[in-house]
Design a protein around this ligand. Sequence first.
Ligand code: 5HU
Ligand code: ZN
Length: 169
Amino acid sequence: MKRQDYISWDDYFMGIALLAARRSKDPSTQVGACIVSGDNSDHTRPNTILSVGYNGLPIGCEDDQFPWGREGDFLDTKYPFVVHAELNAILNAQGKSLVGSKLYVALFPCNECCKAIIQSGIREVIYLSDKYAQTDAVRASKKMFEAAGVKLTRLETATESIELNFDVE
Ligand SMILES: O=c1[nH]c(=O)n([C@H]2C[C@H](O)[C@@H](COP(=O)(O)O)O2)cc1CO
Ligand SMILES: [Zn+2]
Protein backbone atom coordinates (compact mmCIF):
# COMPACT_ATOMS: atom_id res chain seq x y z
CA MET A 1 0.00 0.00 0.00
CA LYS A 2 1.25 3.50 -0.73
CA ARG A 3 2.38 5.94 1.95
CA GLN A 4 -0.50 7.95 3.34
CA ASP A 5 1.23 10.92 4.94
CA TYR A 6 2.64 12.47 1.79
CA ILE A 7 2.20 16.23 1.40
CA SER A 8 -0.34 17.79 -0.96
CA TRP A 9 0.72 19.81 -4.00
CA ASP A 10 -0.48 22.98 -2.26
CA ASP A 11 1.59 22.26 0.86
CA TYR A 12 4.57 21.37 -1.31
CA PHE A 13 4.53 24.63 -3.27
CA MET A 14 3.78 26.76 -0.22
CA GLY A 15 6.55 24.86 1.55
CA ILE A 16 8.98 25.88 -1.22
CA ALA A 17 7.87 29.50 -0.79
CA LEU A 18 8.41 29.26 2.99
CA LEU A 19 11.81 27.65 2.53
CA ALA A 20 12.85 30.41 0.10
CA ALA A 21 11.82 32.95 2.76
CA ARG A 22 14.47 31.48 5.05
CA ARG A 23 17.10 33.00 2.72
CA SER A 24 15.86 36.50 3.51
CA LYS A 25 18.14 38.82 5.50
CA ASP A 26 15.20 40.98 6.61
CA PRO A 27 15.17 40.83 10.42
CA SER A 28 11.42 41.50 10.75
CA THR A 29 9.56 39.97 7.81
CA GLN A 30 10.74 37.11 5.63
CA VAL A 31 8.61 36.46 2.54
CA GLY A 32 9.01 33.78 -0.12
CA ALA A 33 7.15 33.19 -3.38
CA CYS A 34 6.90 30.21 -5.69
CA ILE A 35 5.44 30.42 -9.21
CA VAL A 36 3.96 27.22 -10.57
CA SER A 37 2.77 26.33 -14.05
CA GLY A 38 -0.95 26.61 -14.56
CA ASP A 39 -3.95 24.40 -14.47
CA ASN A 40 -3.24 20.70 -14.72
CA SER A 41 -6.78 19.66 -13.94
CA ASP A 42 -6.81 17.32 -16.92
CA HIS A 43 -3.62 15.69 -15.51
CA THR A 44 -1.93 15.77 -18.90
CA ARG A 45 0.81 18.13 -17.77
CA PRO A 46 2.95 18.11 -14.64
CA ASN A 47 2.89 20.89 -12.06
CA THR A 48 6.27 22.50 -12.48
CA ILE A 49 8.01 25.23 -10.54
CA LEU A 50 8.73 28.10 -12.90
CA SER A 51 10.45 30.40 -10.44
CA VAL A 52 11.14 31.15 -6.79
CA GLY A 53 12.05 34.37 -4.97
CA TYR A 54 12.33 36.00 -1.56
CA ASN A 55 12.59 39.57 -0.28
CA GLY A 56 16.13 40.76 -0.70
CA LEU A 57 18.40 43.37 -2.23
CA PRO A 58 19.10 43.61 -5.96
CA ILE A 59 22.14 41.83 -7.36
CA GLY A 60 25.37 43.61 -6.45
CA CYS A 61 23.86 45.41 -3.47
CA GLU A 62 25.71 43.94 -0.51
CA ASP A 63 23.52 42.88 2.40
CA ASP A 64 25.99 44.35 4.89
CA GLN A 65 26.18 47.74 3.21
CA PHE A 66 22.47 48.55 3.17
CA PRO A 67 20.11 49.31 6.05
CA TRP A 68 17.64 46.70 7.34
CA GLY A 69 15.69 48.94 9.74
CA ARG A 70 12.09 50.10 9.40
CA GLU A 71 12.31 53.55 10.94
CA GLY A 72 14.06 56.82 10.38
CA ASP A 73 14.78 58.68 7.15
CA PHE A 74 13.54 56.78 4.13
CA LEU A 75 17.09 56.28 2.84
CA ASP A 76 18.12 54.85 6.22
CA THR A 77 15.48 52.11 6.01
CA LYS A 78 15.24 48.94 3.93
CA TYR A 79 12.13 50.09 2.07
CA PRO A 80 13.67 51.85 -0.96
CA PHE A 81 16.05 48.95 -1.57
CA VAL A 82 14.33 45.61 -0.95
CA VAL A 83 12.87 43.71 -3.88
CA HIS A 84 9.68 42.03 -2.72
CA ALA A 85 9.50 38.24 -2.90
CA GLU A 86 6.75 38.20 -5.52
CA LEU A 87 8.54 40.63 -7.85
CA ASN A 88 11.81 38.78 -7.34
CA ALA A 89 10.13 35.51 -8.32
CA ILE A 90 8.73 37.15 -11.46
CA LEU A 91 12.10 38.67 -12.37
CA ASN A 92 13.97 35.45 -11.56
CA ALA A 93 11.93 33.74 -14.28
CA GLN A 94 14.16 35.76 -16.66
CA GLY A 95 11.47 36.42 -19.21
CA LYS A 96 10.05 32.89 -19.30
CA SER A 97 6.30 33.01 -19.88
CA LEU A 98 4.26 33.01 -16.69
CA VAL A 99 0.95 33.24 -18.54
CA GLY A 100 -1.70 31.16 -16.79
CA SER A 101 0.54 30.37 -13.82
CA LYS A 102 -0.12 30.44 -10.07
CA LEU A 103 1.83 32.22 -7.37
CA TYR A 104 2.22 30.81 -3.86
CA VAL A 105 3.21 33.39 -1.27
CA ALA A 106 2.98 33.50 2.51
CA LEU A 107 1.88 37.14 2.67
CA PHE A 108 -0.84 38.78 0.57
CA PRO A 109 0.90 40.85 -2.18
CA CYS A 110 1.19 44.64 -2.01
CA ASN A 111 -0.10 46.90 -4.80
CA GLU A 112 3.29 47.15 -6.52
CA CYS A 113 3.71 43.37 -6.71
CA CYS A 114 0.05 43.09 -7.69
CA LYS A 115 0.69 45.14 -10.83
CA ALA A 116 3.65 42.96 -11.80
CA ILE A 117 1.63 39.79 -11.07
CA ILE A 118 -1.25 40.91 -13.29
CA GLN A 119 0.99 42.09 -16.12
CA SER A 120 3.00 38.87 -16.18
CA GLY A 121 -0.16 36.80 -16.72
CA ILE A 122 -0.29 35.03 -13.35
CA ARG A 123 -3.93 33.99 -12.87
CA GLU A 124 -4.10 32.85 -9.27
CA VAL A 125 -2.53 33.96 -6.00
CA ILE A 126 -2.49 31.47 -3.14
CA TYR A 127 -1.52 32.98 0.23
CA LEU A 128 -1.42 32.16 3.93
CA SER A 129 -1.53 35.48 5.75
CA ASP A 130 -3.37 38.71 5.05
CA LYS A 131 -2.00 40.57 8.07
CA TYR A 132 -1.77 43.89 6.20
CA ALA A 133 -5.40 43.69 4.95
CA GLN A 134 -6.21 47.05 6.53
CA THR A 135 -3.48 48.93 4.65
CA ASP A 136 -4.16 51.02 1.56
CA ALA A 137 -1.53 48.98 -0.32
CA VAL A 138 -3.48 45.77 0.14
CA ARG A 139 -6.82 47.50 -0.49
CA ALA A 140 -5.48 48.80 -3.81
CA SER A 141 -4.09 45.38 -4.57
CA LYS A 142 -7.46 43.66 -4.07
CA LYS A 143 -9.18 46.24 -6.24
CA MET A 144 -6.78 45.53 -9.12
CA PHE A 145 -6.79 41.75 -8.70
CA GLU A 146 -10.57 41.75 -8.76
CA ALA A 147 -10.75 43.96 -11.86
CA ALA A 148 -8.20 41.79 -13.66
CA GLY A 149 -9.97 38.55 -12.69
CA VAL A 150 -7.01 37.09 -10.79
CA LYS A 151 -8.25 34.39 -8.43
CA LEU A 152 -7.36 34.88 -4.76
CA THR A 153 -7.19 31.80 -2.57
CA ARG A 154 -6.32 31.63 1.10
CA LEU A 155 -4.64 28.27 1.53
CA GLU A 156 -6.72 26.04 3.77
CA THR A 157 -4.48 23.34 5.14
CA ALA A 158 -4.28 21.22 8.24
CA THR A 159 -0.48 21.30 7.99
CA GLU A 160 1.11 23.42 10.72
CA SER A 161 4.73 22.72 9.92
CA ILE A 162 6.94 20.52 7.77
CA GLU A 163 10.24 19.36 9.18
CA LEU A 164 13.30 18.80 7.02
CA ASN A 165 15.92 16.45 8.35
CA PHE A 166 19.44 16.78 6.93
CA ASP A 167 20.74 14.00 9.08
CA VAL A 168 20.21 11.39 6.38
CA GLU A 169 21.80 7.97 6.87
O1 5HU B 1 4.05 41.64 -0.31
C1 5HU B 1 5.13 41.81 0.27
N1 5HU B 1 6.24 41.11 -0.13
C2 5HU B 1 7.46 41.27 0.44
O2 5HU B 1 8.43 40.62 0.07
N2 5HU B 1 7.56 42.19 1.45
C3 5HU B 1 8.84 42.39 2.11
C4 5HU B 1 9.42 43.76 2.01
C5 5HU B 1 10.13 43.92 3.33
O3 5HU B 1 11.42 43.30 3.23
C6 5HU B 1 9.27 43.12 4.30
C7 5HU B 1 8.21 43.94 5.00
O4 5HU B 1 8.82 44.50 6.10
P1 5HU B 1 8.00 45.04 7.35
O5 5HU B 1 6.95 43.99 7.69
O6 5HU B 1 9.07 45.18 8.39
O7 5HU B 1 7.42 46.36 6.93
O8 5HU B 1 8.62 42.17 3.50
C8 5HU B 1 6.50 42.92 1.90
C9 5HU B 1 5.29 42.76 1.33
C10 5HU B 1 4.19 43.62 1.87
O9 5HU B 1 2.99 43.37 1.43
ZN1 ZN C 1 5.12 43.70 -2.86
